[in-house]
Write a protein that binds this ligand. Structure first.
Ligand code: SF4
Ligand code: SF4
Ligand code: SF4
Ligand code: FES
Length: 1013
């Protein structure tokens, strides 16, 4: 359903379409032809659809009209106007090629060339898609009409990933618009009043040291080579790797011959060179391997060199990426990659690993697992699937456990984060997934974010909220322990006491019901269980919530009133909610509140548990959980059980399976003897790493499959080298239940193999006879068995096409759930009564500091991938602990000082960063530590319903150490920057320059195009 991407933008675009919702089709006359159009749309869009060519250098469909280039001049009803900024009305008559319009277009383009040298043949951007080049060709530009004026500034090479060349910058401002109003990082501006304007970072910083987060939006939209990925430079073209002197010699030749031969032959030569590049530059669509926003893009490669990542058509992201998706891929070529199987060698002085052939390694895996199964029974083996692997691989992993291994001991790391959210939604509305799409979040009137550092953990999704708030008046309320970026931007920000969110959420529901602010009609028609639920709310007065949560009454009341008054509200939540002993209950309270206020079943409403890993949604969707077959059918459901027995032609076990938390316990109890972990660094990711490591040491046999030798691999008997997402095919499912295909970009490195092939090899060694030759066959089998995916086929997912489950046999999907009914037999939602239970572990006299933890923008989770990206490493090389100025004062600590952090379960030594992002006696440790994960500190408490560890309930104590180093965040880290928010390009300031003149020869009246709001 690619239209959802459009909807997302339609919802977001600033004043693009004047009257959303009331647009009407019409016919306009262009160059004497009738052209289909929509009232209120930009004229340039209608012209483009008709196939008539009009130059348009600064216009980009994803940015809307920014009106800086003036190349799109056309005549409308006898007046010269900018086609990009003119809105269609039903009766207009347009001429694109009158003498006046053509002269204006050429004059405008001539002014662009005063800022840009057309040295295309030796330019790495000469790939057939350079707007400046293509416009020169379209206008058949032969000569320089205004002399080229270099700008008196140096190239800025300071960012690890991209560079800015002022001398090639045409000042179109696309980058500024993207940074200010799409990414909304608000780093870029152009000071139009300067004698020589250029693009500025934080008003005049170098890129490194500015607030730039290296998201890449600006580079993606730049219409020329002024902003370019460093990975392209010297690599894309046939002549671009020439030494600088030779290169500039050639450029000078071009400039010298242009007056005589004209640009025509010069451009033709460069077009021939561009065409030759197609033979060696491969462009392959993939889906991001990091977070679950589900960004997709083309990866440009030359052999194994990644030239660049180019987003454009992705349903979730279109032109957007964050630093990880845009630049975080060097790990695929890391010398640390596992390229051969490893087998543990036991020798007297300590174990070591030796390389082995696949034959030997698989033989050993098969033999030992068969022996252990024979000796201790099928339930003595545990299987862990990966949320980094594909849906097909998750499906195979659970099939391996169930159909071949004979056990339901299968789980994945959604247990560590998302299971409570899924439970909350199962209890209340029936599906365990986001209730709508990112486009719903963008068009909502109010967003409530709870326990989610969205701007860093789900960066592209956060841009949609930031944009909606900045340009469309969306209200933003944030509840969190930390004052992260979204909290700083919020209209209301408050800090509930750790682990108490459930209380204020219930109080809001009660407040709504008590004060006539609930949605009575909705409750009446669509919701069961109101009476019992209402009774359960009795203890949850606002006073009680204020006292338990530590939120001032005034704030709480304001939040309640704003939330109830919102025409459409969404709640976004993440691990700050789920990783508590009451994670499932808090998730349920969120959904209850949405039901009470009628915030389901409509666009712009719903619950959005923001999934963490790229395929954490899919890993569970496709059955890697002990209690569920693919598509969330319970293994206790007789009909589903029989269907899978028949489909797989096996007898399935009736014994309840263990989740990953229970597996670790079972190893300690001597019940679980072997494990096969596919793509999961469980030692780092599970809570209480020491306890988990001790368990792994007790296993009789341990197989770990990964791309790198993770901390978990240290405990393995056999390590199998797997291929990352760029080296295989398959599908991922993003947080918005969106299934997307990834295509193979590179061959697997060395002898590494795609996980699905390895799982098949292991299955066959255990007695199966699987013969999948392509992941599409696995998806076909899964779709034939799981009704949730009945209509999912690779054809329907071809290229950038996507499907959001549930998918009916005919391929109909559901971008917004519950439009007709809730997912219960009677179609009605259920209010679920709750009881307040205090957090399991709280600060006390000894462990007096509350440890919070989570992701950073730059590093993903423990950093197994991102620490192997040199640019990311340069920006954020060291782990650290954020402490508040209050703790710094008390312990006499300054940024850079070392401390020991000790909990009841372990100890970590780290440097501190003093910041008011955290307050009082709360500290924050990012998850990325390559050696000493934060989970050495977290304990064994877990959510009462799902066993998700209570990572966020960890009291610690701090001890100051006598060493101090530099700030662990180096000067080039974006956190040191100072953004310069403004409305956008602010083109009126350009028009006010004394030397600005709207192009046109004065033969017709000029009409200033409508300006952006
Ligand atoms: S944050 Fe940096 S990379 Fe992203 S759009 Fe702004 S300037 Fe460009
Ligand atoms: S750097 Fe920015 S202003 Fe300059 S050409 Fe590129 S997008 Fe336009
Ligand atoms: S990490 Fe997430 S937000 Fe960033 S590009 Fe990948 S999917 Fe998009
Ligand atoms: S396309 Fe640049 S002003 Fe219209």
């Amino acid at each position: 359903m690619d239209h959802t991407a459009e909807a997302s933008y339609a919802a977001g675009l600033a004043s693009s379409h004047a009257s959303n919702g009331t647009q009407r089709s019409c016919k306009i006359c262009v160059n004497g032809f009738q052209v289909d159009a929509v009232e209120g749309e930009h004229l340039i869009e209608a012209i483009n659809r008709s196939g008539i060519k009009v130059p348009q250098v600064c216009y980009h469909t994803r940015l809307g009209p920014i009106q800086t280039c003036d190349t799109c001049m056309v005549e409308v009803d006898g007046k010269l106007v900018r086609a990009c900024a003119t809105q269609v009305t039903g009766d207009i008559s347009v001429v694109t090629e009158t003498r006046a319009a053509s002269a204006a277009q050429r004059e405008a383009y001539g002014r662009i060339l005063a800022n840009h040298v057309l040295y295309c043949t030796v330019c790495d951007n000469n790939n057939g898609n350079c707007t400046v080049h293509n416009t020169a060709a379209m206008l058949k530009v032969e000569h320089q009409t205004f002399p080229y004026r270099p700008k008196p500034y140096e190239k800025d090479m300071s960012n690890p990933f991209y560079r800015y060349d002022p001398d090639q910058c045409i000042l179109c401002g696309r980058c500024v618009e993207a940074c200010q109003n799409v990414q909304v990082n608000e780093t870029l501006s152009i000071r139009w009043e300067d004698e020589h304007p250029r693009v500025l970072w934080d008003g005049g910083e170098t890129i490194a040291g500015s607030s730039c987060v290296s998201c890449g939006h600006c580079i993606t939209v730049c219409p020329c080579n002024a902003l370019m990925e460093k990975s392209m430079l010297g690599h894309a073209g046939y002549f671009t790797r020439l030494p600088n002197d030779t290169l500039w010699g050639m450029i000078d030749v071009v400039k010298a011959i242009e007056p005589e031969v004209g640009y025509g032959p010069i451009l033709q030569l460069s077009e021939t060179e561009a065409a030759m590049r197609e033979a060696r530059v491969k462009r392959t669509k993939t889906v991001c391997t990091y977070c679950a926003v589900g960004c997709s893009f083309d990866v440009w490669t030359k052999d194994r060199h990644i030239l660049k990542v180019e987003p454009s058509e992705g349903a979730a992201n279109n032109i957007s990426t964050c630093v990880k998706g845009k630049f975080g891929w060097d790990f695929v070529n890391s010398p640390d990659r596992l390229t051969k199987p490893l087998i543990r060698e036991r020798n007297g002085e300590g174990d070591s690993f030796r390389e082995a052939s696949w034959e030997e390694a698989l033989g050993l895996v098969g033999r030992r697992l068969n022996e252990i199964k024979a000796q201790h029974g099928p339930d003595a083996i545990g299987y862990i699937s990966s949320s980094k692997c594909t849906n097909e691989e998750s499906y195979l992993m659970q099939k391996l456990a169930r159909a071949v291994g004979g056990t339901h001991n299968i789980d994945n790391c959604s247990r560590y984060c998302q299971s409570p959210a899924t439970t909350g939604l199962f209890r209340t509305v029936g599906y365990g997934g986001d209730s709508g799409s990112i486009s719903d979040i963008a068009q909502s009137k109010l967003i409530l974010i709870i326990g989610s550092n969205t701007a860093e953990a789900h960066p592209v999704l956060a841009t949609r909220v930031k944009r909606a708030q900045k340009l469309h008046g969306q209200k933003l309320i944030v509840a969190d322990l930390r004052e992260h970026e979204m909290a700083r931007r919020a209209d209301i920000f408050f800090r509930p006491n750790p682990g108490t969110d459930m209380v204020w959420l219930c109080a809001l529901s009660r407040y709504a019901l008590d004060n006539g602010l609930a949605h009575a009609e909705f409750l009446n028609q669509w919701v069961n269980g109101l009476d019992e639920y209402r009774k359960s709310l009795e203890p949850f007065t606002m006073e009680f919530a204020s006292q338990v949560c530590g939120i001032p009454m005034e704030t709480l009341t304001r939040v309640a009133q704003e939330f109830c008054a919102a025409e459409a509200a969404c709640i976004l939540f993440a691990m700050g909610v789920t990783q508590h002993c009451g994670g499932s209950d808090t998730s349920t309270a969120i959904s209850n509140l949405l039901l009470v206020t009628g915030n389901y079943m409509r666009p712009g409403t719903g619950a959005y548990p923001l999934r963490g890993h790229n395929n954490v949604q899919g890993a569970s969707d496709f059955g890697s959980m002990p209690g569920y077959f693919p598509g969330y059918e319970k293994v206790t459901d007789e009909e589903a059980f029989a269907r899978y027995e028949q489909g797989w032609a096996v007898k399935l076990s009736r014994t309840k399976g263990l989740d990953n938390h229970e597996m670790v316990e079972a190893i300690h109890e001597g019940k679980l003897k072997a494990m096969y972990i596919c793509g999961e660094d469980m030692y780092s990711a599970d809570s209480n790493a020491n306890f988990v490591g001790d368990a792994f040491s007790k296993l009789d046999f341990f197989v770990v499959q990964d791309c790198f030798f993770s901390l978990t691999c240290r405990f393995a008997d056999v390590v199998l080298p797997a291929a990352p997402s760029l080296e295989k095919e398959g599908t991922f499912t993003s947080t918005e239940r969106r299934i997307q295909r990834l295509y193979q970009v590179l061959e697997p490195l060395g002898e590494s193999r795609p996980d699905w092939q390895i799982i098949q090899d292991v299955a066959n060694r255990l007695g199966a006879n699987w013969n999948y030759s392509n992941p599409s066959e696995i998806m076909h089998e899964s779709a034939s068995l799981a009704p949730l995916f009945a209509g999912v086929t690779y054809d329907r997912l071809e290229g950038y096409k996507t499907l959001q489950w549930p998918v009916a046999v005919d391929g109909t999907d559901q971008p917004l759930l519950y439009t007709e009914k809730f997912n219960f037999p009677d179609g009605k939602a259920r209010l679920y009564p709750l009881q307040w239970i205090e957090p399991c572990d709280r600060v006390d006299g000894e462990f007096d500091v509350h440890l919070n933890n989570g992701r950073l923008l730059e590093h993903f989770h423990e950093g197994n991938l991102t620490y192997r990206v040199p640019g990311i490493h340069a920006e954020t090389p060291h782990p650290f602990l954020e402490i508040s100025p209050a703790i710094a004062d008390k312990l006499d600590l300054v940024t850079g000082q070392w401390v020991d952090v000790t909990s009841k379960f372990g100890e970590v030594r780290t440097q501190v960063v003093v910041t008011d992002r955290v307050h009082d006696k709360q500290v924050y440790m990012p998850l990325n530590h390559p050696k000493y994960p934060v989970n050495l500190l977290t304990g064994n408490f877990a959510d009462r319903t799902t066993h998700t560890p209570a990572y966020k309930e960890t009291p610690v104590k701090l001890k100051t150490l006598p060493w101090k180093g530099p700030d662990p965040l180096p000067p080039l880290n974006f956190r040191h920057g100072h953004p310069t928010p403004q409305r956008g390009v602010e083109v009126e300031r350009k028009w006010s320059r004394s030397n600005y003149r709207m192009p046109g020869n004065g033969l017709v009246q000029i009409q200033t195009g409508q300006q952006k709001g």
